[in-house]
Design a protein around this ligand. Structure first.
Ligand code: FAD
Ligand code: SF4
Ligand code: SF4
Ligand code: SF4
Length: 356
């Protein structure tokens, strides 16, 4: 190898050591090469600073293969076009990260009640004319109905998580049709991405209607469930969904509270009732939101909050100053837990069976 190339690869090696978690070739082999996700580009082979990788031509395929001692420098995994390593691509950019708890103990909340507190402040101060949230359909418990709320006192009854897709974007548009100018929308990344498209696409609504404005509160999301499937899943275990007080997913468990009792299953048990669309989704933390909220990274009773935009920063700081929430900065350990979960989601679709 020429000294220049060697020097450049060593510099890259150093950057990885100082800035990110490094993965050895073993991980690249397990996640990308063995399952057939490899595009045979040869980047890993040609970027190995210690030259222990070769492209083995097997049955017409180029298969990166280890022929010496891997020093776990992380280079091959980092530059592979099929892996995700950088914080920016896994969790997205954010200005600050917090653990937040609402100081209002009344009403429904999923974790720390941060989302409801932000919405309360935004409506109270007329920063937005309305907030789009998801509430349960009174006729079909746990079936989400997107709702445009204008009165802050109505927010707590729509607190908590409903683990099924809710058409919040349609409800937002209903608001603009009624003459609203600024709407704060709560949604998972699939919904927030639609709004982001409407903001950035040259033909998008927000490019055309200069008077319309939106504030995006994103929810972390690993997956949601098909409503009918979820009803049946619970029924098979003798539970009528109308008796369920709360559903929650954390630490790989799906928990259901019924009249003070709790039942739990491994999240994997619900695979058959997971919404099919979620298999293709890669964004855990809602990268296009102004503020992203979830529970990963915080203990029970607190919401993890990522402030992504200046506007999100204003809402967060003012809600804090108004005494509606308490907040502590999130430590690196918690951020790493979020990063790990985000990586899991970003590449889990590789496990889907290929039609070829
Ligand atoms: C389908 C789904 C999956 C999730 N998965 C994860 C996960 O894997 N890991 C994680 O850390 N967090 C996940 N969350 C986010 C988490 O459950 C909480 O919503 C978040 O931590 C905020 O809690 P909070 O107490 O601050 O919110 P609250 O103050 O209780 O407010 C929650 C707000 O979300 C709205 N809402 C509820 N359901 C929906 C819905 N389906 N669509 C749009 N808005 C809704 C409510 O109307 C309410 O305004 C998920 C949320 C959803 C909707
Ligand atoms: S030494 Fe580095 S680049 Fe080479 S195989 Fe190991 S981790 Fe990959
Ligand atoms: S860098 Fe990734 S995609 Fe390219 S040959 Fe290596 S494993 Fe395959
Ligand atoms: S996993 Fe993705 S598609 Fe499914 S509800 Fe969550 S954000 Fe939407």
């Amino acid at each position: 190898m020429s000294p220049d190339v060697q020097q450049s690869l060593s510099r890259g090696q150093r950057w990885l050591k100082e800035n990110t978690k490094r993965h050895a070739f073993r991980k690249l082999d397990k996640e990308i090469i063995q399952p057939g996700i490899c595009t045979e580009c040869g980047a890993c082979v040609s970027n190995c600073p210690v030259e222990v990788l070769v492209g083995d031509r097997t049955s017409g395929r180029f298969v990166p293969t280890l022929i010496g001692k891997c020093v776990s420098c992380g280079m091959c995994y980092a530059i592979c076009p099929r892996t995700k390593v950088l914080w920016s691509e896994l969790v997205g950019e954010f200005r600050s990260a917090w653990r937040v708890k609402s100081l209002d103990e009344t009403g429904k909340r999923q974790d720390g009640g941060a989302v409801t507190a932000f919405l309360t402040y935004v409506l109270d101060q007329s920063i937005a004319d309305g907030a789009v949230v998801a509430c349960q359909d009174p006729k079909s418990p746990w079936l989400p109905v997107a709702k445009l709320v204008t009165n802050k006192t109505k927010l707590p009854e729509c607190g908590g998580t409903i683990y099924t897709h809710a058409p919040v974007v349609q409800e937002m548009m209903r608001g603009y049709r009624k003459g609203f100018s600024t709407i704060c929308v709560v949604g998972t990344s699939c919904s927030i991405d639609a709004i982001d498209n409407m903001q950035k696409h040259p033909a998008g609504y927000f490019q055309m209607d200069m008077g319309a404005d939106v504030i995006k509160i994103g929810l972390f999301c690993m997956e949601s469930f098909d409503y009918t499937g979820l009803v049946q899943f619970l029924k098979d275990d003798g539970i009528d969904i109308k008796d369920v007080d709360k559903m929650a997913i954390s630490s790989g468990k799906f928990r259901v509270a019924i009249s003070g009792n709790e039942r739990e299953w491994s999240v994997g048990d619900l695979n058959l009732v997971a919404a099919k669309s979620c298999s293709y989704c890669q964004d855990l933390t809602c990268k296009n939101a102004d503020i992203s909220c979830g529970n990963i990274g915080s203990e029970d009773g607190w919401t993890t909050v990522l402030i992504r935009t200046i506007r999100g920063e204003h809402i967060f700081q003012e809600t804090l100053a108004a005494g509606l929430i308490e907040a502590n900065l999130l430590e690196t350990k918690s951020l790493r837990i979020i990063e790990k979960s985000a990586r899991f989601k970003a590449i889990r679709h590789y496990k889907l069976s290929s039609s070829h």
